[in-house]
Write a protein that binds this ligand. Structure first.
Ligand SMILES: NC(=O)c1ccc[n+]([C@@H]2O[C@H](COP(=O)([O-])OP(=O)(O)OC[C@H]3O[C@@H](n4cnc5c(N)ncnc54)[C@H](O)[C@@H]3O)[C@@H](O)[C@H]2O)c1
Ligand SMILES: [Zn+2]
Ligand SMILES: [Zn+2]
Length: 366
């Protein structure tokens, strides 16, 4: 079938809106009419990598939400007409997947970032007959229709506000899951969240849900710190790494129980790590490059540094859980969204990069 999609043809170039041919779903795949798809920083990662890492024309998008139109012969979890959120993909059989730690799938790159299906085929062909990469995070959802791996598809309530739910598939579940799953923050504890963007503000909301008594948000933009206050931060900090460490120590009276970094900035990570109490844990989700060095002795005394992918989520359970919290008014992540029509995807990227918009969501044309 003919569909419309945003295609990235060079790592540094703009997205172009194109007509593509979409193939048929395989036995364990689902054809989805995408209603809307969130834009996450990871969609733009190719901008930061050397040009030789760009894998060719590709449809990005990994926070899709929509309605199932058709299913492959072996699909059991959804049927046509179901509302679905599209999340990351995993192999289902490696050591991590056997333990239900799907974000840490040993074959994560192959199933999420290889530019097509794990067998090397793609679902999209352009008007010149050339291959265009598909199955980004198992879904490639910057498109009016796409073919997703069944393992990327999460069924949600038929009455759910599907148009705003795509971001639950990555950014929002990562921020909330870091707090509720990875760190398992308990009531009465102190939590530092560095970076008050989509991940960080979701984390602040989740820390409030968890009953944390001290929630310290760190950012360089006052407007974002104001939002953090609105969603539950008890303290906000901006300034040098030394200022951040001092402010956390002052707010917690001797060190934080938990910290979560979404900046990917080594100096900010070190500033939070230095302000943990001796059994404190810091979880890192913001993507950084190069070395991250911390004081050796500060670790021996009992502190923990852990990475976090996709909020340690089991998407089939955690996404419906977050949707219920949202429906109950306890997790208003939808307020972080600004909608753009698909053909304004380049404007959406600019608005996200400038900090004007927290979570762009691209709405597909009818
Ligand atoms: N690990 C995962 O599974 C996962 C999933 C999704 C996104 N990510 C990554 O998480 C990061 C955050 O994503 P996002 O969508 O929330 O981005 P965002 O741009 O909305 O938020 C980042 C925030 O950090 C702040 N910041 C950056 N550097 C800072 C500094 N030096 N000092 C103070 N504040 C600083 C920015 O002002 C911004 O508000 C990105 O690197 C993204 O690629 C990781
Ligand atoms: Zn796996
Ligand atoms: Zn993402």
């Amino acid at each position: 079938m003919k569909i419309t999609a945003a295609v990235l043809r060079t790592g540094s170039g703009p997205f172009t809106i194109e007509k593509l041919e979409l193939g048929s779903p395989g036995p364990r795949e689902v054809l989805v009419r995408v209603v809307a798809a969130g834009m996450c920083h990871t969609d733009l990662l190719s901008r930061e990598l050397p040009p030789e890492f760009f894998g060719g024309p590709q449809v990005y998008g990994h926070e899709g939400a929509g309605v199932v139109e058709a299913i492959g012969s072996e699909v059991e979890s959804v049927k046509p007409g179901d509302n679905v959120v599209l999340s990351f993909n995993s192999c289902g059989s490696c050591k991590s997947c056997q333990r239900r730690r799907y974000p840490y799938c040993f074959n994560f790159s192959l199933h999420n970032m290889s530019g097509g299906r794990p067998d090397g085929t793609s679902a999209f062909t352009d008007e010149g007959g050339q291959r265009v990469g598909s199955h980004y995070f198992g879904q490639s959802s910057f498109a009016t229709h796409t073919i997703a791996a069944e393992t990327s598809v999460v069924k949600v309530n038929s009455s759910a506000p599907i148009r705003s739910m795509g971001p639950l598939g990555c950014g929002i579940q990562t921020g909330a899951g870091a707090i509720l799953n990875t760190l398992a923050v308990e009531a009465g504890t102190s939590v530092v969240v560095s970076g008050a963007g989509a991940l960080g503000l979701s984390a602040v909301m989740a820390a409030k849900v968890a009953g944390a008594s001290t929630i310290i948000a760190v950012d360089r933009h006052q407007s974002r710190l104001d939002l953090a206050k609105k969603y539950g931060a008890t303290h906000t900090v901006s300034g040098t790494p030394a200022d951040i460490t001092a402010a956390i120590q002052a707010a917690t009276g001797g060190g934080a129980d938990y910290a979560f970094d979404t900046t990917g900035n080594a100096a900010v990570v070190r500033a939070s790590q230095a302000a943990l109490n001796v059994i404190g844990t810091i979880a890192l989700a913001g993507v950084g490059f190069g070395d991250l060095s911390v004081d050796f002795l500060s670790m021996i005394s009992g502190r923990t540094i852990t990475g976090v992918m996709e909020g340690d989520s089991v998407p089939n359970e955690f996404i419906p859980h977050l949707a219920r919290l949202n429906a109950d008014g306890k997790f208003p992540y939808h307020e972080l969204i600004t909608e753009f029509p698909l053909d304004q995807i380049n404007e959406a990227e600019k608005a996200s990069a400038s900090g004007a918009v927290i979570k762009p969501v691209l709405v597909m044309p009818d």
